[in-house]
Design a protein around this ligand. Sequence first.
Ligand code: 4HQ
Length: 252
Amino acid sequence: MKIDIITLFPAMFDGPLRESMLGRALRAGLLNVRLWNPRGFSRDKHRTVDDKPYGGGTGMVMRIEPLALCLDSILADSHDGKPCILVTSPQGRVLDDTWVRELAASDHLVIVCGHYEGIDERLHVLYDTIEYSIGDYVLTGGELPAMVLIDAVSRFIPGVLGDPASALQDCFSDGLLKYPQYTRPETFRGTCVPEVLLSGHHERIRQWRRKEALRRTLQRRPDLLNKAHLGDEDQRLLDELRKEMENGPQAR
Ligand code: 4HQ
């Protein structure tokens, strides 16, 4: 997958793109990320990229011209049809697992990182853009949302994860939160690993994990249960959990 990032602060991407799984994916050529600074496309004497808002008010607005020229040169050498142009914004559609999977199927993404008070609205008139948000809070810029998108999308690109099964087993693949995990030692400061996980009984372990995933989802994110893919066994486990919660909500 090819990803073009338009940002006034390209150096912010150095760490996240070099380390860990993303770094490996880039070196392996599974992901091809290019960073573009609109400042290089500014044509005035001081290479300005922002200006005061028309109508007055605080802060600065990103100028359309450097952004448009930058986008034009990205689109001019795009041989893979029309790429999706994503723009970071708290006004955008909130990113979720379903959308991340859809985006992961794209050949080419362009991400425009907003900064300051926002971007001249004509960006959305001149180009086919989609605004996305990573949550209902305000950041200083769109660089972190861009990194979040790249990170989340890359997990669904074949070869990025060491074990492809982990993307499937993960939280949200079935719409539920993940079950609790343990590793050695068996006891630490008096706290033990649940017996069933030491039993070697695969079917009991599978059921226990499913029930704990349902328990957490029921307790922490009941909203997710409506969209989750639940079978007969899940309904039975949920009934058990609801009864347990009536009898003693103190458990776990
Ligand atoms: N910003 N999800 C304002 C965000 C944001 C978010 C990025 C701050 C854009 C102009 N972006 N700039 N939340 O808060 O994506």
